[in-house]
Design a protein around this ligand. Structure first.
Ligand SMILES: [Ca+2]
Ligand SMILES: [Ca+2]
Length: 419
């Protein structure tokens, strides 16, 4: 049986509004012979690494030995990352192979945004959280979180996986907020994830689950839920498509109810697709950033049918001009000028960043609040509740900039679902 690949130019990028780091991706489609030298110049497949899905029952160690490969790590679902000089054509023709594809580099961009200023004078409203940065957090108020933060801060039974660069577990805003995670940047991968040498993941996580009403920093949207740090980006902001698929599968297998993916690629690899489908099959809500291209080129998983694709809006519910748009946008959320947590060893612990990377966690937090308020809902019903209660913005009705609209925490929590 011949399995081979079409090489397709692609860029894997961080979805913070910042520079794009291009690599390449492939899809196992029609039988086209992959020629390594035919890769586009931006291609950044990890040299000699392949993600292979074996037939059920096939032994990866035997397979590796017979092809002169080393087994880098299991991905899950009979998928494995192998390393070695064996050409794709040889692997493809092995009857034990369902499909194979290159293991592609995913890179986060350089640090962006700006350090948070000193907090404004403490606000003294008894009905609001006492976190000093709250007046700057327009995303908290515009989404109606300020109306429901006491009523529904989220349930600790709802675990939210942040698949990113880790979460700084030493940050006081995450004290008691984390459940055990996993660190796929280690070789071999091992329990961990509560360190962040890059910053992106800690920023994303703060939007969702920074401690609220603790007198410091920011207010998170769903601080009653638990954060699961699943680290795939190392201190240099690098990862691989195979590890990201493994991270999704790991999060599902360890109890995540919602997954946040604030990264993406112009192509959807087979390993990733199967991981996303696995998440839905296990009733996990999967939320992904739409991308920061400012145009209508789809990014995956933001444009994947399995994901709730999130675009970015600003403080007046307008379109954030960096935000990717298209018919596949499902929801919008604040993504411009977002103040959130940042690793303690990179400044004062807070930073203002922007991008659909920052918008997606608002929707992730909304899904977590809905799952807390209405635990009987399945992932499709959670998604429907978020879409039905979103505020219609930008253009009348569903539109390619904001999808069903900008997420509204207060309506999503208060309005009975299924009306
Ligand atoms: Ca706080
Ligand atoms: Ca609209």
């Amino acid at each position: 049986m011949i399995r081979s690949f079409a090489a397709l130019a692609a860029g894997l990028l961080c979805l913070s509004a910042c520079q794009t780091s291009y690599t390449s991706a492939y899809r196992s489609t029609a039988p086209v012979t992959l020629q390594r030298q035919s890769l586009p110049p931006q291609a950044q497949a990890i040299p000699g690494e392949h993600v292979v899905r074996l037939q059920p029952g096939a032994d990866p160690a035997t397979f590796a030995r017979q092809h002169g490969l080393s087994l880098v790590m299991p991905v899950g679902l009979n998928m494995y990352i192998f390393k070695g000089a064996a050409p794709f054509q040889v692997l493809s023709q092995d009857a034990r192979v369902q499909w194979a594809e290159p293991n592609l580099r995913i890179s986060l961009p350089p640090e962006n945004g700006r350090p948070a200023p000193a907090p404004p004078p403490l606000m003294a409203r008894a009905d609001q959280p006492n976190d000093p940065f709250l007046p700057v957090q327009y995303g908290f108020s515009i989404t109606g979180t300020d109306q429901i933060w006491r009523q529904q801060p989220g349930s600790p039974e709802v675990i939210v996986a942040v698949i990113d660069s880790g979460i700084d577990g030493q940050h006081p805003e995450f004290e008691g907020q984390l459940v055990p995670g996993f660190d796929f940047t280690l070789k071999p991968p091992a329990p961990g994830g509560n360190v962040d040498g890059y910053g992106h993941g800690t920023h994303v996580a703060g939007v969702i689950g920074a401690r609220t009403h603790n007198g410091i920093g920011i207010a998170g949207v769903a601080p009653g839920c638990k954060l699961m740090p699943v680290r795939i980006f190392n201190d240099f902001g690098h990862s691989e498509s195979g590890r990201s698929a493994a991270a999704v599968i790991w999060a599902v297998d360890h109890g995540a109810k919602v997954i946040n993916a604030s990264w993406g690629s112009p192509m959807e690899g087979q390993a990733s697709k199967e991981a996303y489908q696995y998440a839905l099959a296990h009733d996990v809500v999967f939320v992904a950033a739409a991308g920061n291209s400012g145009n209508n080129e789809p990014k995956y998983p933001g444009a994947s049918e399995e994901a709730i694709g999130v675009s970015a809006t600003n403080d007046i519910d307008g379109w954030a001009s960096f935000s990717t748009f298209g018919d596949w946008i499902d929801l919008a959320a604040p993504g411009k000028g977002i103040l959130s947590t940042y690793p303690l060893n990179k400044g004062n612990g807070y930073r203002i960043m922007e991008g659909t990377s920052m918008a997606a966690p608002f929707v992730t937090a909304a899904a977590a609040l809905v799952r807390s308020q209405y635990p009987q809902l399945n992932h499709q019903q959670v998604r429907a509740q978020l879409e039905r209660t979103a505020k219609d913005v930008i253009m009348n009705g569903k539109d390619k900039y904001a999808g069903h609209g900008r997420v509204d925490m207060a309506r999503a929590v208060r309005e009975a679902p299924g009306r």
